[in-house]
Design a protein around this ligand. Structure first.
Ligand code: ADE
Length: 221
């Protein structure tokens, strides 16, 4: 699976992918993350990438030319290009799963300032939002999306962790405990120490249901 992240702030992306699970997946060659600096593709003087809006108004608008050139530098027939904006399709596990079934090359374009010149929509496949709030740029959303989709790639995390994840069966995850057995008087449930795998499985299934009812009843509808 390959991601190209197009941004004006490559250091933000590079800092994240140098750590932890994503770093390991890149080293194992099951994930490829390429960071593209949109500014490198501008034909305008002094690295200019934005300008004032026609018709007036606050802020600066990202110009099409540098963004489209950056997209064209990495796009192939099989890639899908998504803009990150608060107006996009709401991201969740289901959208992550449909994206990974659809393509093995995702191009994520991070916006800044007042957003993109509207004509950019003629050059992309879709638009994704990570929630109903406005961030200062698309870098955090691009990392959220890349990280979430990466967990669907076999080998990035343990198969078991993936199967038991929250949301996988529309239920939240069961509770986990580790050592010590007694933490300041709070005990690990006996069943987890019983060694009876059938009982443990039943306990976890019923806990998933109990916790979902309590914390996210909307998932059960
Ligand atoms: N850019 C700014 N806010 C955003 C959001 N909520 N989702 C995706 N991209 C964004």
């Amino acid at each position: 699976m390959r991601f190209d992240i197009l941004t004006l702030f490559p250091d933000i992306i590079n800092a994240y992918i140098k750590e932890s699970i994503i770093k390991r997946a890149i080293e194992k060659n099951i994930l490829d993350v390429n960071v593209v600096n949109i500014r490198d593709f501008t034909p305008y003087k002094n690295g200019q990438v934005d300008d004032t809006p026609y018709g007036g108004g606050a802020g600066m608008v990202l110009m099409c030319e540098p963004v489209v050139r950056a997209i064209e530098s990495v796009r192939t027939d099989s890639s899908k290009v998504y803009l990150l904006t608060p107006q996009g399709k709401k991201f969740n596990n289901q959208l992550a799963s449909s994206i990974i079934n659809d393509t093995k090359h995702v191009i994520l374009v991070c916006g800044h300032y007042e957003g993109f010149d509207e004509r950019i929509y003629n050059f992309v496949d879709g638009e994704i939002s990570i929630g109903d709030y406005v961030l200062t740029g698309g870098e955090l959303p691009s990392l959220v999306i890349m990280d979430t989709i990466s967990r669907f790639i076999p080998g990035v995390i343990l198969e078991d962790s993936f199967t038991n994840d929250s949301f996988n069966d529309n239920l939240l995850d069961y509770p986990n405990y580790t050592k010590p057995r007694d933490f300041r008087g709070y005990l690990v449930p006996d069943v987890l120490l019983s060694g009876d795998h059938k009982k443990i499985k039943e306990y976890r299934t019923s806990e998933k249901l109990r916790i979902t009812k309590e914390k996210r009843p909307d998932l059960l509808k």
